[in-house]
Structure formats: structure tokens, C-alpha cells
Design a binder for this molecule. Structure first.
Ligand code: NAD
Length: 470
């Protein structure tokens, strides 16, 4: 894995305007593995100019040709999928098996889905005596987080390219290496110069400069609610389009008729995967009072299988969290849970390893809905188990946070689960363990965000309409 000491702008790697650098740290052993340039407003400006210059040509490129370029980008990622997995494991710390299956393969499949959509989407429609043209919004400023570093890049860049938009990407400072690898894939795929540009840097410097740049027509952001709010305000003041994919505190609702053992086991796996750093993770498990004690024992047994350790050791099922800052945040939440009177069933804030940013897989029982650990996004391997008295109570608890990104419902039959899911204030619900679908719209109700990613809904975010009347 090699780090570039420049930015990818106008189809080439060029030196950064400033001399600042960002150290990339392997969270499993705390060693510095690379340094990348810390971009400034000057780099962002050069990248936005390149994207603006490239926009008219790319917007006018026939959709079939755009589809072919995105397919070539997908193929370039396929050719380097082992390198992608190794890079994500090195900078994020995920067990290598998970990096291969999720961090490498998921973005490949998402890129493939947009290659297909670009070629088949109806960029023109009829409405009475009008022809409605669906045209690209323009230059996209994409700001991405570190938790699914390549997936979140592809979930923005691929639909933007399919729509005919050009892009400036500012990836998370913790995981810039896989973003650089992605830029190499773009280059290999033969996209015209300036259609995709990469500026690495700090959020408060490069990210803010990108969000505020007047040459950007749409800001697409994934990350914390605090930063999202700020970006939304900046975009609103400039009357600029904005898409926000923010946090979550999703509920895993286990109805009394469900297969309890399966629901608890899959629920634990859902949170432990990626060390709990998944915005849609079902971090609140809701169980009927009569089944609560049994569920707690099942959760204790399930979580014991998540051995934390070296991401390259096949026995490790849990890697570290991404950074020292993130580890301290998560431990702080665990201490708050104990102080508030929740019962620690497994784990705790003690470090399970002397080195690396590890957090022990943690389960809290006797959590009540108003506790901080039941309300705020922890973003670590921590589950809160809550009890409910009846379905209405379960619904009140499930809907009782500011978030609404995802969730799960388990019941003896699908219709019962679907009836409950219809009443949930959330953007996605998995019924009896339904699989992740990269074509389904992903995004939040309430403070989990604005807009949708993936599939046709994700593509529509990058389009605007023009009606011609006849
Ligand atoms: P963050 O919101 O600070 O960072 C996300 C991205 O935004 C990064 O690229 C960052 O550089 C950039 N950024 C930061 N400040 C900015 C600013 N002022 N203007 C423009 N861009 C800016 O998130 P984080 O610090 O990496 O994580 C903090 C918390 O955010 C996590 O604990 C978690 O709760 C949440 N989070 C959610 C998601 C999600 O997918 N919904 C992803 C990552 C983090």
C-alpha cells in the first residue's frame, strides 16, 4: 500500500499547495503506516475548478458511454480487491475476512449497479404536454467518513458519475489510503480528466472549504449529526442542494412470536460487525418482559464468541475501533451506562488488549429508554437491551429517539413483522433478518438525514428536472 504525497486533480497526481501532512495510524497496533497531504482551501479550489471545467463535457457524454466508464471503474476495483481489503484492514482495523466480504466486495457491487443504471435509466419522461429532462445537478462535493470508507465513496461517486455530474471527494482523515487507491482505479478506468478529483485533508479545513465553495452545486455528506447540521446550514445559506447521511440508534424489535434465539444471535452479530461502527447498527435490542431474562442470557452467550484481536488472525472476530479518540468516546459511554444504573452483562470499559484501540464487546441489560446509552449513537461494540410491556410500548421505545435510520423486526410470521415495521419512523427495516440490499434506498427519517443513497433513489439525488412544454 503506497501513499501519494499529492492530490488527484484534473486527471493527475499533483503536489499539494501546502506542506502539512496527516499521519495514518493502524488502529490494531498504533503504528504510523503512511502520511498523506493535508489539503487546504487552495487545493479544494483547484479541484473544484477542474470539476467545473470537466462538467459540460461529461454531462453531454451519452449515458451508455458513462455506463461503460463506470463499468471499467468497477473492473479496476475488482482487479485490486485484495489490495482494497488489505488497505482497509490496515487503516480501519477490520478483520481481514470482513474487509474482503464487505469493504471490498460491497463497493464493487454498488459500482456495478450504477454502471447498469446509467445505461438503462430514463433520463427523459413525459407528463401531459411536457417532456421532462432529468439533468445532472453539476459539481458534487462529496465528504465521507471512515467507517465504510470505500463503500461510502462509491455510494456517492458512482451515482454522481452516472447522472453526469463531476466530483470533488474529501475522504475521512483516518482512512485516506483506500480513497487514494480508488483515485488510481478511476485513472485506470479512463475517466476524462477532472471528472473525479480527490483532496485529502482535515474536515475543519479541506471539508469546510469544499462545503462552502461557490463552485459546488451539491454537497453530499455522510458523518456525524453535529457536522451535518453545520454543512446543512452552510448549504442552505448558499441555496445549494445538500444530502446528509447522519447517525442512527436503530431498534431491533423482537416480538413475542419470534424465534428468540435467532433474533438475539443475529442482533448481536449486526452490532459487533465492524466493531459497532455502523450507522445503521441495531444498537437497541427490545425484548418483551416475559422473555427478557432468557434473551439476556442468549446475548451473553452470543457476545462471548466475539474474540477481539489481530485483524489478520482468522480467530479474531472483532477488530479495534478506528482511533484513540473514538475508543475514548466509546469507553466514556460505557462508563455513563454503568453510572446511570444499567447492568453490565458482558464487556466494560477496561481495555481488552495492552495495545491497539480495542473495546471489549459489551452488553448492557436493564437499560431504560431515557438513558444516554439508549439515546445517543455510541459507534462502538455496545448493545443496550431494553424491555417492553406490549407492542405499543415497543413502538414508543423504538420511535423514541431523534434518529430514524434503520431497524429490525422479528415475528413468527412476516405479516405481523411488516405491520409493526409500517409504524416505525425509520428509513429501512429488516424483516426476520432480511439481507442488506445494495439497490434499496438507504437514508434516514428525522435527524438521521436528508436524501437517499443507492439504487434509483440514490441516482435521483444527483439529477434536476427541466420541463419542456409542447
Ligand atoms: P465527522 O462528522 O467529524 O467526519 C465525517 C467527515 O466529515 C470526515 O471526512 C471529516 O473530515 C469531515 N468533516 C469534519 N468536520 C467538518 C466540517 N466542519 N466541515 C466539513 N467537513 C467536515 O465524523 P467523525 O469525527 O469521523 O465521527 C464522529 C461520529 O460521527 C461517530 O462517532 C459517529 O457517531 C458519527 N458517524 C456517523 C457515520 C454514519 O455513517 N452515519 C459515519 C461516521 C461517523
Amino acid at each position: 500500500m503506497k501513499a501519494h504525497d499529492g492530490m488527484y486533480i484534473r486527471g493527475e497526481w499533483r503536489p499539494a499547495a501546502g506542506t502539512g501532512t496527516i499521519a495514518v495510524v493502524n488502529p490494531a497496533d498504533e503504528q504510523i503506516i503512511a502520511e498523506v497531504p493535508a489539503g487546504t482551501a487552495q487545493d479544494v479550489d483547484a479541484a473544484v475548478r477542474a470539476a467545473r471545467d470537466a462538467f459540460p463535457g461529461w454531462a453531454a457524454t451519452p449515458p451508455a458511454e458513462r455506463a461503460a466508464r463506470i463499468a471499467a471503474l468497477r473492473d479496476a476495483m475488482v482487479a485490486r480487491k485484495d489490495e482494497i481489503a488489505e488497505t482497509v484492514t490496515a487503516e480501519l482495523g477490520t478483520p481481514i475476512g470482513l474487509s474482503q466480504v464487505v469493504h471490498a466486495n460491497l463497493p464493487i457491487s454498488v459500482a456495478g449497479s450504477f454502471a447498469e443504471l446509467a445505461g438503462t435509466y430514463a433520463f427523459e419522461e413525459k407528463a401531459g404536454n411536457s417532456t421532462v429532462l432529468l439533468e445532472p445537478v453539476g459539481v458534487v462535493g462529496a465528504i465521507t467518513p471512515w467507517n465504510y470508507p470505500l463503500h461510502q465513496i462509491v455510494a456517492k461517486v458512482a451515482p454522481a458519475l452516472a447522472a453526469g455530474c463531476t466530483v470533488v471527494l474529501k475522504p475521512a482523515e483516518d482512512t485516506p489510503l483506500v480513497a487514494q487507491l480508488f483515485a488510481e482505479c478511476v485513472h485506470e478506468a479512463g475517466l476524462p480528466a477532472g471528472v473525479f478529483n480527490l483532496v485529502t485533508g482535515l474536515g475543519a479545513v479541506a471539508g469546510q472549504a469544499l462545503a462552502a465553495h461557490e463552485g459546488v452545486d451539491l454537497v453530499s455528506f455522510t458523518g456525524s449529526t453535529a457536522v451535518g447540521r453545520q454543512i446543512g446550514a452552510t448549504a442552505g445559506a448558499a441555496v445549494k442542494r445538500v444530502a446528509l447521511e447522519l447517525g442512527g440508534k436503530s431498534a431491533n424489535v423482537i416480538l413475542p412470536s419470534a424465534d428468540l434465539a435467532k433474533a438475539v444471535k443475529v442482533g448481536v452479530a449486526n452490532v459487533m460487525s465492524n466493531s459497532g461502527q455502523t450507522c445503521s447498527a441495531w444498537t437497541r435490542m427490545l425484548v418483551h418482559t416475559d422473555q427478557y431474562d432468557e434473551a439476556v442470557e442468549l446475548a451473553r452467550a452470543a457476545v462471548a464468541k466475539y474474540a477481539a484481536g489481530d485483524p489478520h488472525d482468522p480467530a479474531s472476530r472483532l477488530g479495534p475501533v478506528v482511533s484513540a479518540k473514538q475508543r475514548e468516546r466509546v469507553r466514556g459511554y460505557i462508563d455513563q451506562g454503568v453510572a446511570a444504573g444499567a447492568r453490565l452483562v458482558a464487556g466494560g470499559s477496561e481495555a481488552p488488549h495492552p495495545a491497539g484501540y480495542y473495546v471489549a464487546p459489551t452488553v448492557f441489560a436493564d437499560v431504560t429508554p431515557e438513558m444516554t446509552i439508549a439515546q445517543e449513537e455510541i459507534f462502538g461494540p455496545v448493545i443496550s437491551m431494553l424491555r417492553y410491556a406490549d407492542e405499543d410500548d415497543a413502538l414508543r421505545i423504538a420511535n423514541g429517539t431523534v434518529y430514524g435510520l434503520a431497524g429490525a423486526v422479528w415475528a413468527g410470521d412476516e405479516a405481523e413483522a411488516v405491520a409493526f415495521a409500517r409504524r416505525m419512523e425509520t428509513g429501512q427495516v429488516d424483516i426476520n433478518g432480511g439481507r442488506f440490499n445494495p439497490l434499496a434506498p438507504f437514508g434516514g427519517y428525522k435527524q438521521s438525514g436528508v436524501g437517499r443513497e443507492l439504487g434509483t433513489h440514490g441516482l435521483a439525488e444527483y439529477l434536476q428536472t427541466k420541463s419542456l412544454q409542447f
